[in-house]
Design a protein around this ligand. Structure first.
Ligand SMILES: *Cc1c(COP(=O)(O)O)cnc(C)c1O
Length: 354
């Protein structure tokens, strides 16, 4: 069955676009003219609407605020040289959206409807997709519980929303990262694989402490013994060791990233061997020490590839080769950008044209 989107559009009376300084675009602070809103009630999604971006009224008792029935997605739209606009692999985010919803006991949104909502939202703000190298329109879909009820139980009403904003290049400053051996982000049986709001709330104190100690980012390890590497900040982590791409296999403590999956697929195409398995802290540190580990990087929508220059474990420092000279990172970044900005034929069908 094909789901069709019944959408009401109320356009903003004037655009804020002319007042935006594209040279100064801190991530997540600039929002486009419109947003999409939909309601879930009586067992169904309804009232799909595009309205001017702005504040929304809510009861102070909504359960999202008290018990964390809330999650989000993150992806980007790109402008091609010929003016076309594409969203990168929104079908993947649609699947993950519903995985998060299921784990948090929230209703799913048919994948086709999710993608159509994103396309309609981007279409309403087409002019906001920057026509500039390394720029894009960040898309933030999210869902939260709206029952004004202080009982710890799944809400019966929800809101689905999509907000968007232009973002500029991510200046990767070759990160100094700490292997976290005290706090954990996710545990077995938990919901680390969901993009649940609560996962990020819990990561802020460890991240703040690491920053106070002079680090840019954390490497999360397993909750049991801090023996295995899981993720880096809010990104997946990957290594190149002996010329092979090595990354922790996805499990219930790891978010299944679209960037990660795309890099793995491209590496396979390039004939680079890929290993997805549990990755121990010890093997990575040894590989850095003996020079066989040439790359360590975070993979995610925000930065694409965020390269690591130094890893510190229990006070001991391990230095990686100069990240700015990495052939692997440069090749991957280019391969991904060439597809996203429509510079090569999209043989994989990764671009959803709006
Ligand atoms: C969003 C996210 C990622 C990266 O996923 P992408 O789909 O590549 O953006 C990785 N880890 C965590 C914890 C995340 O929240």
């Amino acid at each position: 069955m094909t789901e069709t989107l019944d959408l009401k559009i109320t356009k903003a009376t004037s655009s804020r676009l002319a007042g935006i300084d594209f040279e100064k675009l801190p991530f997540g602070k600039t929002f486009s003219d419109h947003m999409l809103v939909a309601d879930y009630a009586d067992g169904e999604w309804k009232n799909f609407e595009i309205v001017p971006y702005g504040e929304i009224g809510l009861s102070p008792a909504i359960s999202a605020l008290h018990y964390g029935q809330a999650f989000f997605e993150g992806l980007k739209a790109y402008k091609h040289a010929d003016g076309k606009i594409s969203i990168f692999r929104p079908d993947k985010n649609a699947i993950r959206f519903n995985k998060s919803a299921e784990r948090l006991c929230m209703p799913d949104l048919p994948e086709e409807l999710f993608v159509q909502c994103l396309a309609a939202a981007v279409d309403a703000d087409r002019d906001w997709v920057p026509n500039k190298e390394n720029y894009s329109l960040y898309i933030r879909p999210f869902m939260f519980a709206t029952d004004p009820f202080l009982g710890v139980a799944p809400s019966s009403t929800y809101k689905f929303m999509v907000i968007m904003g232009p973002t500029g290049p991510y200046f990767s400053k070759n990160l100094k990262v700490k292997v976290e051996t005290e706090y954990t982000r996710a545990s077995e049986g938990g919901f680390g694989y969901a993009k649940a709001a609560g996962n990020y709330g819990g990561s802020m104190l460890p991240a703040k402490k690491a920053m106070e100690q002079g680090f840019d980012q954390l490497i999360w390890t397993d909750a049991k013994n801090h023996e295995y590497i899981e993720e880096m900040g809010a990104a997946n982590i990957m290594f190149v060791i002996d010329g092979k791409l090595l990354t922790p296999s996805t499990r219930d403590t790891i978010l299944n990233g679209v960037t990660r999956a795309s890099i793995i697929e491209l590496a396979n195409d390039f004939g680079i061997e890929v290993e997805e398995r549990r990755v121990s802290v010890t093997e990575v540190l040894e590989a850095i020490a003996n020079g066989t580990c040439t790359d360590a990087f975070g993979a995610g929508t925000a930065a694409t590839i965020a390269q690591v220059a130094e890893i510190v474990h229990e006070g001991k420092s391990y230095l990686l080769p100069d990240p700015t000279k990495s052939e692997f990172a440069a090749k991957m970044r280019k391969a991904l950008d060439d597809i996203k900005y429509g510079r090569v034929e999209d043989v994989k069908g990764w671009n959803y044209i709006v």
